[in-house]
Write a protein that binds this ligand. Structure first.
Ligand SMILES: NC(=O)c1ccc[n+]([C@@H]2O[C@H](COP(=O)([O-])OP(=O)(O)OC[C@H]3O[C@@H](n4cnc5c(N)ncnc54)[C@H](O)[C@@H]3O)[C@@H](O)[C@H]2O)c1
Ligand SMILES: [Zn+2]
Length: 359
């Protein structure tokens, strides 16, 4: 069964969402390049093969062992050399297939190969579909920290291959759900309500094609507003100030999605404390996170999380700024809060919700 792909052009490059993106991908490649190379995460080779088999001009299909630990410069060098050996030149289209690590690393490699070749990404993970593949930030980690080397380089097209979600491990699906809740709090309205309605149902029953298309629209609209991150793009950091601190304080044992989920609750609590947000709406967000089985509290040391936040503050010229909801669908950025308020919130996220929060 192949429904027609929906197409989003807010960013000036097309983003196709379909159960199978085989047809739109093949049309796009046929129209835009004589030759192309497929780079794929070694875990999704069957998708890469099935999507590009028999398509004219394929120089090579190159599986690359990825994973967060391989998101580093040495892997980029391997990829660049593989591109060279495949015969790719400046006119060759590079098609990357995989999750967020693939989007970041292959996108980066394409942006520097021979000073930059066109890059299209086929997203196979939920994080890649609603977040990583969109917005043109590429890059890799350095031993000192995440995403420290990279480029701003827009892809020429993005394809969300919804059928691939069927094989995505559940823990990776949850990483994407946390960002989807973030998008829903930013956007509010139907997007938030549809997640509330879907949350109690088994994932296989979700209309993923619509869910992904609606969620990624939030990111495309914000990025389109603010391509180089001077203002509105900050909104996408909702839940991330607390989340990043928690991730770092745990030595990255707490995943990014878990950090964002707990961070969304923390942002709600801080907004409540500073009189911005209503208790009812805070509880709606908390209930949604809980129904999706996303974490909302942590047993990590509060002192460690607080000092990770202080390190962040030093980097940002002594000020810690938060992105906080005023309402579901109305989020503001650049809000300063006192250390005492941040500490009080951290204390709350060390407790199970319940008690006062749910009364
Ligand atoms: N550039 C950006 O704007 C941006 C935004 C968000 C996240 N990111 C980056 O994205 C990365 C996280 O992305 P992720 O969660 O997709 O991680 P990932 O790419 O490592 O994918 C998660 C795991 O699932 C596997 N996988 C992917 N698709 C699959 C499928 N359909 N079936 C079975 N297995 C599949 C992968 O091989 C991997 O083991 C991080 O490195 C993060 O920094 C970047
Ligand atoms: Zn994030």
């Amino acid at each position: 069964m192949s429904a027609e792909a929906s197409e989003n052009r807010d960013l000036g490059y097309p983003i196709f969402v379909a159960p199978s993106v085989r047809a739109p991908l093949r049309n796009f490649v046929a129209q835009s390049a004589d030759r192309f190379v497929v780079l794929c995460d070694a875990n999704v080779v069957p998708y890469a093969r099935q999507l590009t088999r028999g398509l004219k001009g394929r120089l090579a299909l190159i599986p690359v062992k990825l994973g967060e630990r391989r998101k580093r410069l040495s892997t980029v060098e391997e990829v660049l050399r593989a591109l060279l050996h495949s015969g790719a030149d400046r006119q060759t289209l590079v098609v990357g297939v995989g999750g967020g690590v693939a989007a970041d690393l292959f996108g980066f490699a394409a942006s520097i190969y021979m000073r930059g070749v066109p890059y299209a990404h086929v997203a196979t993970s939920l994080v890649a579909m609603v977040d990583a593949a969109i917005g043109g930030k590429t890059g890799v980690d350095l031993p000192e920290g995440k995403n420290l080397a990279g480029t701003f380089a827009n892809p020429v097209a993005v394809f969300a291959h919804i059928d691939a979600l069927a094989t995505l491990p559940y823990r990776n699906l949850r990483e994407g759900l946390a960002e989807m809740v973030k998008h829903a709090v930013i956007e509010g309205g139907d997007l938030f309500e549809s997640l509330e309605q879907l949350a109690p149902h088994a994932f296989w029953r979700w209309p993923w094609e619509n869910v992904v298309a609606d969620s990624l629209k939030v990111k495309t609209m914000i990025v389109a507003d603010d391509r180089l991150e001077h203002g509105a793009r900050e909104l996408l950091n909702l839940g991330h100030t607390f989340g990043h601190a928690l991730e770092r304080a745990s030595g990255y044992r707490v995943s990014h999605g878990a950090g964002v989920s707990i961070g969304l609750r923390a942002a709600g609590l801080l907004a409540l404390r500073t009189g911005r947000f209503s208790r009812d709406e805070h509880l709606r967000v908390l209930t949604l996170l809980t129904l999706l089985k996303l974490p909302v509290c942590t047993r990590r040391s509060l002192a460690a999380i607080f000092s990770a936040m202080q390190a962040d503050k030093k980097k940002r010229a002594g000020r810690l700024r938060f992105v906080l909801p005023r309402a579901i669908g109305d989020v503001e950025y650049g809000v300063e809060a006192s250390d005492a308020a941040a500490k009080a919130v951290l204390k709350r996220i060390a407790e199970l919700p319940g008690g006062a929060e749910f009364r």
